[in-house]
Design a protein around this ligand. Structure first.
Ligand code: PEP
Length: 253
């Protein structure tokens, strides 16, 4: 089944407003010049830059997302941002369960599922991240860990048009060490089989599974050519217009 690639940038805690504006405007200019791009693109800046970035990409086909959301709609949760607030600003996506959230904020699969559920209720598409650590890979637990995280984190009501999954091996994030195309495809194929088992053939085969972990313009073509790799969630290489655009252009025709 042909799935349209999604190239999503996770800016993490980078960029002040002038840099963010220039980066988003540069990408919007490339997207407009490309006319009908053959891939979807989304960028996820830090919360304080969302309005600036939304204004910079307005009128282009680039979507914007948050990097996290709270599971509740509103209330006494100092420092948090709800999915409804992101939707209200004009976001289309939100990343949930990034390994940096799982590690530094001790988020469990249940926490991530609740956030993804809130995203769906607010009308956002959650990009649900899963991935094993190096210790888990070395212990031969890669498939088991990802299977557990997948089923523990996916929201009820998951369908292919509403949810995106990102497989991000923790040992490959920000390390310059990328999973080989075969290593990534092995996990993506397992995720695909689990999705088909859970959602049925149609939805399971249509849902997009992104790869993330040191993806860059040099390795993107081979990764994006794998059967079950439907795009990328990109950190470091999403911070430069030319790198991110060149990477996206490696989406197969
Ligand atoms: C990420 O933050 O999701 C990521 C994949 O980062 P990097 O591309 O820098 O490894």
């Amino acid at each position: 089944m042909a799935r349209r690639k999604l190239i999503a940038g996770n800016w993490k805690m980078n960029c002040l407003s002038a840099d963010g504006q220039a980066l988003a405007a540069g990408l919007a200019a490339k997207m407009k010049a490309a006319g009908a791009a053959r891939f979807d693109m989304a960028i996820c800046p830090p919360f304080p830059l969302l309005s600036t970035v939304l204004a910079a990409v307005a009128g282009s086909a680039i979507a914007v997302g948050g990097q996290d959301c709270h599971a509740k709609e509103k209330g006494a949760f100092t420092g948090d941002t709800s999915a409804w607030m992101l939707k209200d600003l004009g976001c289309a996506y939100v990343i949930v369960g990034h390994s940096e959230r799982r590690t530094y904020h001790k988020e469990s699969d249940a926490d991530i599922k609740a956030k993804a559920q809130a995203a769906l209720a607010a009308g956002l598409k959650p990009i649900v991240c899963i991935g094993e650590t190096l210790e888990e890979r070395d212990a031969g637990q890669t498939l088991e860990v990802n299977r557990r995280q997948l089923h523990g984190s996916l929201p009820d009501g998951t369908t292919a048009d509403k949810v995106v999954i990102a497989y991000e091996p923790v040992w490959a994030i920000g390390t310059g060490r990328t999973a080989t195309p075969a290593q990534a495809q092995e996990v993506h194929a397992m995720i695909r089989a689990e999705l088909v088992g859970r959602l049925g053939d149609g939805e399971g085969n249509a849902l997009r599974i992104l790869y993330g972990g040191s993806m860059n313009p040099g390795n993107a073509a081979e990764l994006l050519a794998q059967t079950d790799i439907d795009g990328g969630l990109i950190g470091g290489a999403a911070l430069k217009v030319d790198d991110f655009w060149t990477l996206a252009e490696h989406s197969p025709r």
